[in-house]
Design a binder for this molecule. Structure first.
Ligand code: ADP
Ligand code: MG
Length: 305
């Protein structure tokens, strides 16, 4: 391998906003025949927003309380959903302050569990109470009962193409927050380029209609939905049995899968764990740069041989 060709490849990539973290990418990129894409933050922009807050029993726990408790916990997570919930909570607190509502101090959370760990939600202590925020299963696994009314609300939220975020404490899930995301504008074009000569697999921890709709995207060959974080890396391993795999992700829970893939590419808006596990990082969060990363690395490889 000529160091000059590699240096040139690294420079070309950098000019395009791609940071090469591992030179092995020049060896592996030419053979990539399967590209695995994470959904939230990769196919979607990662800029998510709260659409609605639904308490199970509004007399017991109001929408404001639900949102502020959830926001306190989510303030400590880097997930795109967490940012949306924390932003909505602080916006609603600001509105209250502007309206001179009785000074309800925004709560803060401590002792946060699974901060920076691969998981399907977060939990933290708010006013001495452990509050869990995440996938309904995440709350269930923490011993919180999911009322039947919430189950059907979760189905409605999913049917509307949104992600349901369950919020619960003291034995019960108290409500759900509907969080929406939007597809990247250049999604179709980016998929078309990327899928030329390669199999495209989408891997998502999300499930329901929003996840299923991804199947209809031109260029997408296979979708694995409802994949828990620990199974993402296993899926990449299974795909590696039949080819050379590139994994593209943004989240902490994508980090093991990014490391397991032959080529791991992290989206720029991603978490520290994701970028540390990747062979290349796309700085400005541009999906089209994924195909370019592979093209630049492949071109460089030809020059080193
Ligand atoms: P994807 O694989 O589509 O990127 P993730 O694996 O990051 O999605 O998340 C899967 C699911 O886990 C989300 O749809 C959401 O239900 C839940 N989840 C993960 N992290 C959080 C969080 N910080 N707050 C709320 N829900 C979360
Ligand atoms: Mg993600």
């Amino acid at each position: 391998a000529t160091p000059l060709a590699i240096a040139a490849g690294i420079r070309t990539a950098a000019e395009r906003g791609i940071v090469v973290a591992a030179e092995t990418i020049f060896e592996d990129a030419p053979d990539v025949d399967t590209v695995v894409l994470d959904k939230t933050g990769t196919l979607t922009t990662g800029a998510m927003a709260v659409d609605a807050v639904h308490p199970v029993d509004a007399d017991e726990t109001g929408a404001d309380e639900l949102l502020s408790c959830a926001g306190a916990v989510e303030a400590l997570s880097e997930h795109p959903i967490a940012e949306a919930v924390a932003d909505a909570a602080s916006a609603s607190a600001r509105e209250d302050a502007a309206a001179d509502a009785p000074a309800a101090d925004s709560p803060t959370a401590s002792d946060v569990e699974s901060f920076e760990r691969a998981d399907r939600g977060v939990s933290g202590l708010v006013d001495g109470e452990r509050v869990a925020v995440g996938h309904p299963d995440f709350c269930r696994e923490r011993g919180l009962a999911v009322p039947a009314a919430l189950e059907s609300r979760v189905d409605d939220i999913r049917a509307a193409g949104r992600v349901p975020v369950a919020v619960g404490w003291d034995g019960r899930v108290r409500g759900a927050i509907a969080v929406g995301d939007s597809r990247r504008e250049d999604l179709e074009d980016a998929l078309e380029t990327l899928s030329a000569g390669r199999e495209i697999v989408v891997l998502t921890g999300d499930e329901g209609p929003a996840a299923e709709r991804v199947r209809d995207l031109e260029g997408v060959d296979e979708v694995f939905a409802g994949v828990p974080p620990e199974a993402k890396a296993e899926t990449v391993d299974r795909l590696r049995a039949r080819g050379t795999v590139a994994m593209v992700g943004d989240g902490s829970n994508d980090a093991p899968a990014l490391a397991a893939a032959d080529v791991g590419i992290a989206m720029g808006g991603g978490t520290k764990l994701a970028t540390e596990a990747a062979d290349a990082v796309i700085v400005d969060d541009d999906l089209a740069a994924v195909a370019e990363t592979l093209a630049i690395a492949t071109g460089t490889h030809r020059r080193i041989r």
